[in-house]
Design a protein around this ligand. Structure first.
Ligand code: AMP
Length: 137
């Protein structure tokens, strides 16, 4: 299997998929274990592990495909909204290490709420975090 990667194998036609959309740089197909019906994955055809490795210039093609496919998913499923999710690395729940974006159709009251939000102790703690991250740029 190319790159020992299931999504490269799908891109190469070695593993079947339920294809939704394809252009010269991007492929979209149904997720095999959907969070909701119509859950679709958008991948670049080239192999990159995650957001820190994908060339930024690919983003334009991916963004355009997400817009096109998400509109189609909304129309086909009758969903009232959608999430675009993208996991990076094991700790964040990434299981396939070929970057991909999930388009997840959402329905009022579907209960797919993901994370509880927290709070910083105070404004100083928040300022410290912002400064620390900015210093790493
Ligand atoms: P992630 O956890 O963000 O890495 O997501 C990987 C996704 O790929 C999961 O939602 C899986 O259900 C999906 N997946 C894995 N193998 C296949 C496959 N052969 N065809 C379609 N979706 C797949």
């Amino acid at each position: 299997m190319k790159n020992n990667c299931v999504f490269c194998a799908i891109e190469a036609g070695e593993i079947p998929c339920f294809k939704i959309y394809e252009d010269d740089r991007v492929l979209a197909f149904l997720d095999i274990n959907p969070f909701s019906k119509g859950h679709t994955l958008v991948i670049p055809k080239t192999h990159h592990k995650d957001m820190l490795e994908v060339p930024a210039e690919l983003g334009t093609a991916v963004f355009a495909a997400i817009q096109k496919v998400a509109a189609a998913v909304l129309e086909a499923t009758g969903a009232q909204g959608f999430n675009v999710m993208q996991n990076n690395r094991l700790a964040a729940g990434q299981t396939v290490f070929h970057i991909h974006w999930h388009i997840i159709p959402r329905f009022e009251g579907d209960g797919l709420d993901m994370w509880a939000q927290g709070k910083y102790a105070d404004g100083a703690a928040m300022q410290q975090m912002a400064a620390k991250v900015a210093s790493c740029l």
